[in-house]
Ligand binder design. Sequence first.
Ligand code: SF4
Length: 66
Amino acid sequence: MRITVDQDRCVGAGMCAMTAGEVFEQEDDGLVVLRMTEPPEQLADTVEEAEQLCPSRAITVLPAAP
Ligand code: SF4
């Protein structure tokens, strides 16, 4: 799995960092920052949950690079 985030869409709600703190963190201004772009498979469920919980749809989960 690969993840991208769109800081232009992020509203700093923090659901991602609360749900999957291994992968998402927030800058001082609240905007999302990725701690890793290709998390291990065991984090897939929490990453997908974070994607669904994000109120601004700023998180995109893609298949792993071939
Ligand atoms: S949940 Fe969405 S809006 Fe909130 S900090 Fe994360 S990416 Fe930004």
